[in-house]
Write a protein that binds this ligand. Structure first.
Ligand code: XMP
Ligand code: MG
Length: 182
């Protein structure tokens, strides 16, 4: 992979825009679930920052689970194959499950996870919230119930998302031009 520097990254959504949007989505979720208990399923590693900000805006009783899936490896394009690195979950039967993802790109990861949950548990409800939605590169027939921002065909980093394992700690969501990363 090419070496990318912080100076190569342009801001797409800044800290304030993200904070405002996360609160807006949290309000919708608070309205939807009211006082019902929810089990948050956070998809590591990318969704960890979004999930930890989101849950602090949620008012219903909730529990948190973390699973690890991978479809990119060390690339900026989906391999087309989802790797369940760690998908140990408690019994979710009868629970309201809210999957928290960083981005739906091809949709293969989301589809894999939704199918996995449907196959293994009879949940009370299963909803999907994603920080980003790259609708233009969808391959699987799947949509987020809630998302913060729609983006076009960019490889994004920051606020949990990485390039070559770096930049997850950026407070903003940014992108590098294709000529920089390819
Ligand atoms: P799919 O294609 O399965 O992708 O919907 C979902 C997973 O791929 C990762 N992904 C990205 N990671 N910048 C990243 O840092 C991106 O632009 C990007 N697009 C996809 C991400 O982990 C997501 O869970
Ligand atoms: Mg991810």
């Amino acid at each position: 992979m090419k070496n990318v520097n912080l100076s190569d990254i342009k801001v797409l959504f800044d800290e304030n825009e993200i904070r405002t949007k996360v609160k807006e989505i949290a309000n919708k979720l608070n309205e939807y679930y009211k006082d019902e208990e929810v089990c948050i399923v956070c998809v590591l590693k990318g969704a960890v920052i979004f999930a930890t900000d989101l849950v602090r805006e949620l008012t219903m009783p909730l529990t948190m689970e973390f699973i690890r899936l991978s479809s990119y490896g060390h690339s900026t394009a989906s391999s087309g194959k989802v790797n369940a690195v760690d998908i140990k979950l408690p019994d979710l039967t009868g629970k309201n499950v809210l999957i928290v993802e960083d981005i739906i790109d091809t949709g293969l990861t989301a589809k894999f996870l939704l199918d996995f949950i449907a196959l293994n548990f009879k949940t009370k409800s299963t909803k999907f919230v994603s920080l980003l939605d790259k609708k233009c590169s969808r391959q699987a027939d799947v949509e987020a119930d809630y998302y913060c921002f729609e983006i076009d065909d960019k490889f994004v980093v920051g606020y949990g998302l990485d390039y070559d394992s770096k930049f997850r700690n950026l407070k903003f969501i940014g992108y590098a031009d294709k000529s920089v990363i390819k």
